[in-house]
Design a protein around this ligand. Structure first.
Ligand code: GLN
Length: 448
């Protein structure tokens, strides 16, 4: 009730929710209360959560913030949400995103623009901007987002909350509407590192419905391993990430964080990983190529938006896609089909795949020396609404620090590490080796 009331009175300012599930949430809350009264409620029992609107819940609209799926009601529920249901979490509603999770500001939503709770004239980041803003404004206690190139971590940094992307395959993608299947992961957003660990414990595990899901379940819950400190941890800072584009206040916060980590007993050292310089172009080639293929299913025939009064089948498909998709989604489809075209495949897509191997090898070498890799989450703090909408390239370059974890399938967590002179939160990230979530949770919790 408290959260429903907060949503009713405050979400008009933040605009994080696309749909609120009041009836089912109250039923779930009553059920959870019974469990708690009976003394058998688990960690997530009764916990009010929001879910990014590209994660399916049976009987509830899943729009992906696209006109294409404006009226789509999925007949099934994502595995991650099913797990939350079975642990009696309360699902408050579905939250806003960039259309099909493509973007970094949530301004690409076809329905509304979510605002940053720290400054309503600024973006919450994206694409999981609704998730991060809802947690930041206490319109949910936690949230599930999706992260293909930083979409959980970047908005968490902009909104002053904690967000993490798990190792590729740790959380089932069944029921997550695909953007780029080899990069997508569902990830938790919470107010604290421990909250994220609890959420991850609740949603991870192998799923026969996702062929890429890993046969792995942690022996000890992640939530039980956040404590323990980082004495004698060895931490690497990639030199290639200290770029010209790194804002001076973000840079200062990074170096102050390093001092804190050293006081906590860790050893922090710079190292070089030249392949990181190519992460952004490799990411945009691969993710757009996969997106152009994944999005071919929206043809106006099976489901989704269908243009009226077409004279032929082909015209119907063409017009449905022209009218149903927004500008950024079309840009990605064009980029992706171009990169995959037979004459250009070797020059672009194949090169991107080679870079993917190089970046993974670079991280393998780094993790032979370091427990975790440290870096800023974003080069700048939250920007003004509208500031970057006409400049896709500068929007893409803002993903410079986050995309490499997706390319190499690694776990990565972002948490607040200070504020800039405008009072906006600054994010710090720890990236770990494959299935190294324990190490990044520990580092983040010690720092927090
Ligand atoms: N900003 C990145 C993009 O636009 C990341 C998106 C994501 O992680 N879903 O592709």
């Amino acid at each position: 009730d408290i959260y429903m009331n907060r949503i009713k009175t405050l979400d008009g300012k933040v605009d994080s929710y696309l749909s609120v599930c009041e009836e089912t949430a109250l039923l779930q809350a009553a059920e959870a209360q019974k469990k708690i009264d009976g003394g058998n409620g688990g960690m997530l029992c009764g916990i009010p959560l929001s879910i990014k609107d590209n994660i399916c819940i049976e009987g509830t609209k899943t729009t992906c913030a696209s006109k294409m799926l404006e009226d789509f009601i999925p007949p099934y529920t994502a595995t991650a949400v099913n797990k939350l249901h079975s642990q009696n979490a309360v699902i408050l509603g579905k939250v806003n995103l960039d259309e099909f999770a493509m973007g970094g500001s949530t301004e690409n939503s076809a329905f509304k623009k979510t605002k940053n709770p720290f400054d309503l004239t600024r973006v919450p980041g994206g694409s999981s901007g609704g998730s991060a803003a809802s947690v930041s404004a206490s319109l949910a206690l936690g949230s599930l987002g999706s992260d293909t190139g930083g979409s959980v971590r970047q908005p968490s940094a902009f909104c002053g909350v904690v967000g993490m992307k798990p190792t590729y395959g740790l959380v089932s993608r069944y029921g997550l509407v695909a953007f780029a299947s080899s990069l997508d992961q569902i990830g938790p957003i919470g107010k604290t590192v421990e909250d994220c660990a609890i959420l991850l414990d609740g949603i991870c595990g192998q799923d026969p419905r996702d062929g890429t899901s890993l046969n792995y379940k942690p022996e000890v819950p992640y939530a039980a391993s956040v404590a323990g400190g980082i004495k004698n941890y060895s931490i690497g800072l990639p030199r290639e990430y200290i770029t010209e584009g790194l804002n001076s206040e973000v840079r200062a916060a990074l170096y102050k964080s390093i001092e804190t980590l050293e006081k906590l007993g860790a050893k922090v050292e710079e190292f070089s990983m030249p392949s990181l310089k190519h992460a952004v172009p490799a990411y945009y080639l691969m993710s757009s190529a996969e997106a152009s293929s994944n999005l071919s299913r929206y043809d106006g025939v099976k489901y989704g938006y269908r243009a009226e009064n077409s004279r032929s089948y082909n015209e119907m498909i063409g017009r449905s896609r022209a009218e149903g998709f927004g500008r950024e989604v079309k840009r990605r489809i064009l980029l992706g089909t171009y990169a995959l075209a037979s004459g250009y495949y070797d020059a672009y897509y194949k090169k991107a795949l080679k870079l993917r191997t190089l970046i993974s090898q670079g991280f393998d070498e780094a993790f032979a020396k370091y427990d975790v890799v440290l870096h800023p989450t974003t080069p700048e703090t939250a920007f003004k609404l509208g500031q970057n909408t006409d400049d896709p390239l500068s929007m893409y370059l803002a993903d410079i620090y986050t995309v490499s974890a997706n390319i190499a399938g690694l776990p990565s967590i972002s948490l607040p590490c200070g504020y800039d002179s405008n009072g906006l939160p600054i994010g710090l990230s720890f990236t770990g080796k494959p299935l190294g979530e324990r190490e990044i949770f520990r580092a983040a919790a010690a720092f927090e």
